[in-house]
Design a protein around this ligand. Structure first.
Ligand code: ATP
Ligand code: MG
Length: 299
């Protein structure tokens, strides 16, 4: 039975974003039973339902209000918005946050044996892609007339198979392009996973839940970027040592049992401590230097 007060979140069922999405929900405190191969997973500790679908379906589900929230690559979001606009369908979503996973680039590539080519080489060429709308907008903006061939997978084999002269595909390391004898050119879009919301969501209970989740999301991100630094320092060189510590936060100074010369310094830093800084700290008499990850923090 569907309960209209439960917040519905669409995530990718299986693919590159699935694990990160599940981890993120867990970090936000959402307890899910994902063992079963079901389309909908109900959270056991909050009024949240998670729909597990193909990533291509996520923007539409959120735009149509079937789901309140979705996590999807910006590449899929931008393409689907352009596609829906072309069909005169509602394409409104609110982007709540850019997430720190799912990074990739949508880039042009062509057979290596042709060597470096200027953008003008694409004039009159046939380009295979899964992202025809983003590609068409890019070509239009560059004043290039080229045709697109829509392929939903294995785009990188299109030139060799004689289906196209070049491709426009997602790249993260470039290894797949290289393995297929392709040379990477212009990046036309950089993408991360993002959290989107249906802007028409007007249920106060769902809004209250979202207002709890968003600060948690910010806190998770802050914790990931921060480090807890601890070290022992000679009292006489405290100022010099503090000057070397990263960030603007002031450390906590604690006395150490059994010694009057040494103190313990603790601080939360928004940056990590690089080896060079640790070595410089050691030269100034610091010892027992620890840099630790932070699991959660709230300011
Ligand atoms: P689905 O079955 O859900 O449609 P898919 O095959 O379309 O899955 P995946 O390959 O799992 O999609 O990629 C999902 C998303 O991961 C991409 O849309 C993109 O945002 C991101 N991504 C990150 N790195 C890459 C990469 N190297 N290649 C492709 N996508 C990547
Ligand atoms: Mg897909």
């Amino acid at each position: 039975m569907s309960d209209n007060n439960r917040l519905r979140i669409a995530i990718q069922k299986s693919g590159r974003l699935s694990k990160d999405c599940q981890d993120l929900l867990k970090q936000l405190g959402v307890k899910l039973n994902l063992r079963e191969q079901r389309l909908i997973a109900h959270a056991t500790n909050m009024p949240i339902d998670v729909l597990r679908v193909r990533d291509d379906d996520i923007p539409g589900l959120v735009m149509d209000g079937v789901c309140d929230l979705g996590i999807v690559g910006e590449n899929v979001l931008v393409e689907s918005q352009a596609e829906r606009q072309a069909q005169k369908l509602n394409a409104n979503v609110t982007k709540l946050a850019k997430l720190d996973f799912g990074y990739c680039r949508l880039a042009l590539a062509w057979p290596q044996e042709l060597g470096q080519q200027p953008l003008s080489w694409f004039e009159g060429k046939k380009i295979a892609t899964t992202y025809p709308e983003i590609l068409k907008q890019f070509l239009k903006a560059q004043g290039i007339n080229a045709s697109t061939v829509l392929l939903s997978g294995s785009v990188e084999v299109a030139p060799r198979a004689g289906l196209a002269d070049a491709i426009c595909d997602l790249v993260s390391t470039g290894a797949t392009l290289e393995a297929n004898g392709l040379l990477q050119g212009e990046t036309i879009l950089e993408s991360n996973a993002c959290l989107i919301q249906n802007p028409a969501m007007d249920n106060p209970q769902k809004q209250a839940l979202l207002d709890t989740l968003l600060p948690r999301l910010k806190a998770v991100r802050q914790a990931k970027e921060s480090k807890y630094i601890m070290l022992h320092a000679p009292k006489s060189r405290l100022d010099e040592i503090c000057e070397l510590l990263p960030g603007t936060g002031k450390p906590t100074v604690l006395s150490l049992a059994g010694t009057d010369d040494l103190v313990a310094l603790h601080m939360v830093s928004s940056e990590t401590l690089f080896w060079e800084t640790m070595e410089a700290l050691k030269e100034k008499g610091a010892s027992s230097i620890l840099v630790m990850p932070i699991e959660k923090m709230m300011e």
